[in-house]
Design a protein around this ligand. Structure first.
Ligand code: FAD
Length: 514
């Protein structure tokens, strides 16, 4: 076939190039299929500065009540809650497993589930997941009777095991979990709940009619497809759907905050921990010297033990990389590459100089780069630092978190110890609703918060809680045929309560002053 005369939607290729300016780009050579194939319809033309994408039809792949984009803690929570409440739910995840940072990012510490008195504050789906891990010996955490204990022996034991298990000199319910077993358990949980899950599928943009979300477009090996839904939940962590809606969002962060750093977590196996500990205890100064030298060389000085059964020879390296943006592909690529260089510097140095590392090897790098902070939606209510200094619940409280603003345990530049007088932090449903958009909820770390609230409360248990609240609200709005903003709050709170989510009592909520 002569390509120069083949048909492109009624035009010859010559006409096509003529009409589109000098710098036209024709991708590949489709041969005989040109003119009828999706390839031909998707031809793009560039004027050198912009690529003009011709309008095209997208196949409707399916319809659902609720579509959740992103299968991390927020997305799993949302999909499970929506499906369990009877909504036909679809979950779209870009990678081949669920769990987000909690599995693929190798972020396997689930902290702050109890307050300093030992009372469980974050439970529901989060607790279910931890219990299932525990049943498989895939989790290390203090026993229930130890939560809140100030017994110095227990505090010291748990502090040595993991600094995340102690806060304000009391034992806290925090867990170290197995990332691989987690992936399997999360799969089981979504399958048992009847969530229709699509892995290896990237949610690219919401389908909007004005300010109303109507579904999601996603891309996969099967091409570009659409799912129509009554409610769209953005659980991408980064609020990837937001730029395609009228919602506004923020990204600014104080330099030095935890959330400003990207990480490529890696594991080193076959470390002789006994030998390493002996060296650290008997030659502390030498160990500190090595750490400084390593940092000067461009490596990482800190690491943690796994604590999981049969993983005694494993160390986790949690590094931090400053960056200009956590949603800029150039920055993500630079950090990914720099991290690997730095990982080799670290391991080579340790192997040569630090007793215990002689026979160690790098067993794994996180399949996904660790992102701590990016877009934060401006919701119907934006949680700010002021909300951390308040003891009143909101009338629409859907989650309660232990306030962790303590300068002794949380290494944050802005700590002001608000948790001493204000031990709990309340989350209103409105902080999950993007202002100016209908039929959409944000259930991930992109929830509506200023940078201070984000710094403290964007962790895995928190995001699971946002998800559980959002999924439940979505199902309720559909069942009762009302807009997400009109969901009956008493019914939503009662449903969360039935699911084991700790909330303030009805009396406390009714007497709340805000
Ligand atoms: C190195 C590091 C250490 C941390 N330490 C801790 C800690 O010790 N404890 C703790 O609780 N938290 C910790 N955090 C924070 C915590 O991991 C995250 O804030 C939390 O996982 C956020 O959950 P999420 O569901 O919002 O997002 P994520 O966990 O990022 O999950 C988002 C999911 O959406 C998917 N996704 C993204 N975009 C798309 C798209 N367009 N289409 C389809 N799928 C998409 C992703 O693949 C992912 O599965 C840490 C974070 C990092 C990076």
């Amino acid at each position: 076939m002569n390509l120069s005369t083949s048909k492109l939607d009624g035009m010859t290729r010559r006409d096509f190039f003529k009409g589109s300016g000098a710098a036209a780009v024709a991708l590949g050579a489709g041969g005989a299929a040109l003119g009828t194939s999706p390839y031909a319809k998707a031809q793009q033309v560039s004027d050198g500065e912009t690529v003009h994408e011709p309008a095209r039809d997208i196949k409707v792949f399916g319809e659902a009540d609720v579509v959740v984009v992103g299968g991390g803690p927020g997305g799993v929570g949302a999909a499970l809650a929506a499906a369990r409440a009877g909504a036909k739910t679809v979950l779209i995840e870009r990678y081949g497993y669920l769990g987000g940072m909690g599995t693929g990012g190798l972020v396997t510490i689930i902290p702050n589930m109890s307050d300093v008195t030992g009372k469980l504050q974050i439970a529901g789906i989060c607790k279910e997941w931890i219990d299932r891990l525990q049943a498989r010996d895939a989790c290390d955490c203090p026993k229930k009777e130890e939560w809140g204990s100030a017994d110095p022996k227990l505090v010291s034991y748990w502090h040595n095991r993991s600094m995340f298990c102690v806060r304000m000199n009391r034992v806290e319910y925090s867990a170290h979990i197995d990332a691989e077993i987690s992936k399997c358990i999360l799969n089981d949980m979504v399958q048992e709940a009847g969530v229709k899950t699509y892995l290896h599928a990237l949610g690219t943009q919401p389908i909007m009619e004005g300010n109303v979300a109507k579904g999601v477009v996603f891309e996969s090996k099967s091409g570009r497809q659409a799912i129509l839904a009554k409610v769209v939940i953005d659980s991408t962590g980064d609020g990837d759907l937001l730029p395609y809606t009228p919602a506004k969002f923020e990204t600014q962060m104080h330099p030095g905050m935890r959330i400003t750093a990207l990480s490529l977590v890696f594991w080193v196996a076959n470390v002789d921990i006994k030998k390493l500990n002996e060296f650290k205890e008997t030659q502390r100064e030498k160990f500190e010297e090595q750490n400084s030298e390593l940092v000067k060389l461009g490596g990482h000085d800190s690491f943690m033990t796994s604590n999981l059964k049969d993983q005694e020879s494993l160390l986790w390296f949690f590094n931090r990389y400053r960056n200009k943006s956590q949603i800029d592909v150039e920055e993500l690529t630079r950090v990914e590459m720099d991290s690997r260089k730095s990982m080799l510097i670290t391991h080579d140095y340790r192997k040569k100089n630090t007793p215990g590392f002689e026979h160690s090897f790098i067993v794994l790098t996180a399949p996904q780069l660790g992102t701590r902070g990016s877009r934060r939606v401006l919701g119907d209510y934006q949680l700010t630092a002021k909300d951390m200094a308040c003891n009143d619940p909101f009338p629409d409280t859907v989650a309660v978190f232990p306030n962790v603003d303590t300068s002794d345990t949380f290494p944050i530049v802005i700590a002001n110890d608000s948790s001493k007088d204000h031990p709990l932090f309340y989350v209103p449903y409105r902080s999950l609703i993007p202002a100016g958009v209908d039929n959409m909820l944000i259930a991930c770390r992109a929830f509506s918060s200023d940078q201070t609230v984000q710094e403290y409360f964007n962790l895995i248990p928190h995001c699971l809680a946002f998800g559980q609240a959002a999924g439940t609200a979505a199902a309720l709005s559909i069942k009762s045929g009302v807009n997400l903003r009109k969901v009956n709050m008493e019914a939503l709170q009662a449903s969360l309560d039935q699911q084991g989510v700790p909330l303030p009592s009805r009396k406390e909520i009714l007497s709340a002053k805000r």
